[in-house]
Design a protein around this ligand. Structure first.
Ligand code: PLP
Length: 394
């Protein structure tokens, strides 16, 4: 039997067919065809509320959903209705966020911020712009000066010297920063920002980042007088179903660290995968089964163009019409593209009996899947939202 305990919005019906909330997957594929993305509104809400409740109990924080994870407008709206802001990296994301939330709920990140978009962000007064280089501070200052305002900015810290991201604040960097801060009167440097990596299972790295930010903010204070009062820890949390109760440990560890270092700063988070990763299911049909040497292959109608390895998720595959069977036989799963790379997984345990016409449900396909879907040889799938037993195309 396929274990769904970590996924309260999913369960089998009497026949072993997948119910998403209370809708049978069969009703969805009959109405909309396959492949199709299906999102559970209930699960999106739960994930937002879990995160807010757990962090709010422990320390001052704000949460900004990382739009790049899945920027479907309806999904973003649900997330915002649950008190979460937006982390954006482009013109299109910024415009959409401005349609949904107050500018104070928006953080603007990214290694490339064209001047016209900085102008928009400053004009609307977004909460924070995280500069990816020291020179970007000059650009933001120029725009804020043109508009006669003072913009709150942060510095994105380089997560490791091999990465192209952020600012490497060594002695030389600090001296440049000192000079800039002296001259740039239209920015207020108030935040440090760092996004370590996605699917970050080592939760200690968050507290290590706080220690590092605390040291750097002391150096900045000594050099420039700027008071850093926001530590923006970026995203990187695993899916809610995967991290489970350990999210409480993370909150405890952060609280402890803040107390130990006597820090009174506000912690910002930019989660993507945690909020939407396990709230989306990709339903795809088995169109062929064949054996090559000793390997049994299932061919489905969604390939790596639809569910890309770029999502970096450990995808979980079910046979949506055989949830109650024993998952004891290994299959490799390929897509419909005429390319050897089009493989979704190898040697994955599925039921003994599988037939052409069965359906595979990939139950953690909410994050970085739809956004990385490309129309390669076919159309991209529809997106369906389940909310209170209603199906809406979104
Ligand atoms: C700056 C920044 N913040 C947040 C995120 C969201 O990360 P995740 O979906 O792993 O939480 C990303 C993802 O790449 C990012 O680059």
């Amino acid at each position: 039997m396929f274990a769904l305990t970590q996924y309260p919005h999913l369960k089998p019906d009497r026949n072993g067919w997948l119910l998403i909330e209370d809708i049978c997957f069969k009703d969805i594929v009959e109405k909309f065809g396959t492949p199709v993305y299906v999102y559970s509104c209930k699960r999106i809400r739960e994930n937002c509320i879990t995160l807010r409740k757990i962090f709010d109990r422990k320390f001052k924080n704000r949460i900004f959903y990382s739009y790049k994870t899945n920027m479907n407008s309806k999904i973003c709206k649900i997330i915002h209705e649950n008190g979460i802001g937006a982390e954006v990296i482009s013109d299109i994301e910024l415009k959409q966020a401005l349609n949904h939330v107050n500018p104070d709920m928006i953080v603007f990140d990214g290694p490339h911020k064209p001047l016209n978009i900085i102008r928009e962000a400053v004009k609307y007064g977004v909460n924070l712009i995280n500069a990816d280089s020291l020179d970007e501070l000059k650009l933001i200052n120029r725009v804020a000066e043109e508009q006669g305002v003072i913009q709150k900015v942060g510095l994105t810290l380089n997560p490791d010297p091999d990465s192209k991201i952020g600012v490497f604040l060594d002695g030389e960097g600090l001296s440049v920063l000192e000079k800039y801060v002296e001259k740039l009167n239209h920015i207020k440097l108030a935040a440090l920002h760092c996004h370590l990596k996605t699917q970050n299972f080592d939760l200690n790295t968050y507290t290590e980042t706080i220690t590092r930010m605390s040291e750097i903010s002391n150096l900045i204070k000594a050099k420039t007088g700027c008071e850093i009062d926001v530590f923006d820890l970026g995203g990187g949390l695993p899916e809610a179903a995967v991290i489970g109760k350990k999210i409480n440990n993370l909150a405890d560890k952060i609280k402890e660290k803040l107390e130990k270092l006597a820090l009174n700063c506000e912690i910002y988070f930019e989660p993507g995968r945690f909020i939407i990763g396990d709230a989306g299911v990709l339903l795809t049909k088995i169109v062929n089964i064949k054996k090559i040497c000793n390997r049994l292959w299932i061919i489905v109608d969604a390939g790596s163009n639809i569910i890309s390895p770029l999502s970096k998720a450990n995808h979980r595959f079910t046979v949506a019409n055989r949830l109650l069977d024993d998952y004891s036989k290994e299959y490799s799963i390929g897509g419909p593209l005429p390319a050897s790379f089009d493989i979704l997984n190898r040697n994955y345990c599925l039921p003994d009996k599988i037939a052409i016409g069965d359906y595979i449900g990939i139950i953690n396909a909410g994050a970085y899947c739809e956004v990385f879907s490309i129309r390669f040889g076919d159309k991209t799938p529809l997106n369906i939202l389940i909310d209170k037993s209603e199906l809406t195309m979104i």
